[in-house]
Ligand binder design. Structure first.
Ligand code: C5P
Length: 399
C-alpha cells in the first residue's frame, strides 16, 4: 500500500464556508495520494468557489445540482453513495451538519450521506458563536453517536475576526482522519499497538543533551499505518520535528528512563510493542544541576551509565518487534539481538545505505524472524515499510 488513498474512491462534499479554499488543497492532496475524488458542491459553496477549480484538479465532473440532467446523480441519485469508499464533508457548515443530524436529503451531499454505507468524515467550519450554539453542539454529538467521524473544528482566528473554536482542521490533519476512517475495519481493528519513535535525549546539564540522528519518521509512519488498519495506535516519542499524527495517542518523552516508564504504562493492555526508537545506550551518570562551565583543560570526561534495555525488559505484549540500525554485519547483529531481547521480529537496516535510515522518507530493510526467516524488502517509503511490518505483526497476533 503506497498511501492510504491509493485507488480509493472519495466523495468530497464542499459546503458554503470561507474555508472552501482549504477543500481545494485537500482535494489536490487526495488526488496526489492516488484517490479518485468526486466533488459535490452545495449552492452556497459555488458562491465561494467554482466547480471548475475542482474539475481542474480531479479531471472529473463536479456535481452541483441533484436535478442536473448532465450529472451522473440525476440518472441514479445514489450512484456516488454506492461507489464511495469514504464520504467527506469539508468544510461542513452548521447548516449542513444540522441537516445531517436530522437525516434530511434536500441536496446532493445530504442525499449521498443518507444513502451511503461508507464511513463519513465531517470537518466543521463556522464562526465561534455558531459552533458554541447548543443546537450545533448537540447536532455534532448526534453525528458522532452515529459513528460519523467529526474532525475538529480547531481553535484560532476566524474569518469574522473572532478568536475561538470554528476553524476547519488543516488538510494535512484531515488526511489522517480520512485514512483512519477508511481503515477502521482493518485487520488490526480492536488491537492496541504501542510504537516508540525518535532518538532519546540524555541530559548532561540543563542545556545540553546526548542524542542521535534519528528523525522519528519510521516510528511515526508505523503509528499512522497501524491507525489506518483500525488499531488504537499509541506513540511514545522522544523529541522530533514531526507533528502529532491525528487519531494516534501520543506520549512525549525525552530520556530513555522516561521512555521506559511510558512504554511500560502503555503496554499494560497492549497487543504489540514495536520499538522503532533509537534509545541511547548510555546516559550521564551525574547530570549537572547548572550549566557546566568551560574548564581550563582541553578535555572533559563525562562518565556514562548504561540505560535499561526497554525492549528486552518489557513483558506482557503478545508480539514484540525491534529495530536494528547497523552500519556493519547487519544480519548477524540483528539475529543476535532477536535472541538476546526475546522478540518475535527484528527489522534490520543499514543506515549507511542510500535511501535508508535517518531523516529520509524511504527505507530499505530486512525483516528477520525467530524461525530464521529473512525477508529482504526493496527500497520503499517508510509508510510502505510500516505496512509490511504490520502484515507480519497482524499474522503473529492471529496465530
Ligand atoms: O541493541 P540495540 O540498541 O541495537 O537494539 C535496538 C533495538 O532495541 C531497537 O528496537 C531499540 O528501540 C531497542 N532498545 C531499547 N532500549 C535500549 C536500547 C535499544 O529498547 N536501551
Amino acid at each position: 500500500m503506497k498511501t492510504a488513498f491509493d485507488g480509493k474512491k472519495v466523495v468530497l462534499g464542499v459546503t458554503g464556508s470561507i474555508a472552501c479554499y482549504k477543500a481545494v488543497d485537500l482535494c489536490s492532496k487526495l488526488v496526489q495520494a492516488g484517490a479518485q475524488v468526486d466533488v459535490i458542491l452545495t449552492d452556497a459553496a459555488t458562491k465561494f468557489i467554482t466547480p471548475l477549480t475542482f474539475r481542474s484538479i480531479t479531471h472529473r465532473p463536479v456535481v452541483t445540482d441533484i436535478f442536473d440532467a448532465e450529472s451522473e446523480l440525476s440518472v441514479e441519485h445514489v450512484a456516488l453513495a454506492e461507489r464511495a469508499d469514504v464520504v467527506v464533508v469539508a468544510p461542513a457548515t452548521a447548516h449542513t451538519i444540522a441537516k445531517l443530524a436530522l437525516g434530511l436529503a434536500d441536496d446532493a451531499i445530504t442525499t449521498t450521506i443518507l444513502a451511503t454505507a461508507a464511513p463519513v468524515v465531517v470537518a466543521p467550519a463556522m464562526d465561534a458563536h455558531m459552533y458554541d450554539n447548543p443546537a450545533t453542539l448537540e447536532n455534532i454529538e448526534t453525528l458522532k453517536r452515529r459513528g460519523i467521524t467529526v474532525a475538529g473544528p480547531a481553535k484560532g482566528r476566524l474569518a469574522s475576526g473572532l478568536w475561538g473554536w470554528g476553524r476547519m482542521v488543516e488538510p494535512s490533519d484531515l488526511l489522517g482522519h480520512i485514512a483512519a476512517a477508511l481503515g477502521r475495519r482493518g485487520d488490526l481493528a480492536d488491537k492496541i499497538i504501542v510504537i516508540s519513535a525518535g532518538g532519546t535525549q540524555e541530559a548532561i546539564d540543563p542545556v545540553r543533551v546526548i542524542t542521535n540522528r534519528s528523525s522519528g519518521k519510521m516510528g511515526y509512519a508505523i503509528a499512522e499505518a497501524a491507525r489506518d488498519r483500525g488499531a488504537h495506535a499509541v506513540l511514545v516519542t522522544a523529541p522530533t520535528s514531526l507533528p502529532d499524527p491525528p487519531l494516534v495517542e501520543v506520549h512525549h518523552v525525552e530520556s530513555a528512563l522516561e521512555m521506559r516508564d511510558a512504554v511500560a504504562a502503555c503496554c499494560e493492555n497492549a497487543d504489540a510493542l514495536i520499538m522503532a526508537a533509537a534509545v541511547a545506550d548510555y546516559r550521564s551518570a551525574n547530570p549537572a544541576g547548572q550549566k557546566m562551565k568551560k574548564g581550563k583543560g582541553d578535555t572533559l570526561t563525562i562518565s556514562l551509565i548504561k540505560n535499561p534495555d526497554i525492549l528486552a525488559e518489557t513483558q506482557g505484549t503478545k508480539v514484540k518487534v525491534g529495530f536494528a540500525a547497523e552500519t556493519e554485519d547487519l544480519l548477524a547483529n540483528a539475529r543476535q539481538k532477536l535472541i538476546n531481547k526475546n522478540v518475535h521480529l527484528f527489522v534490520a537496516n543499514d543506515v549507511t545505505a542510500p535511501g535508508a535510515g535517518f531523516g529520509v522518507d524511504t527505507n530499505k530493510v530486512t525483516i528477520i524472524d525467530r524461525d530464521g526467516g529473512v525477508e529482504d524488502l526493496p527500497i520503499m517509503t517508510k509508510y510502505e515499510v510500516a505496512h509490511r511490518i504490520l502484515d507480519r505483526v497482524a499474522k503473529l497476533l492471529k496465530s
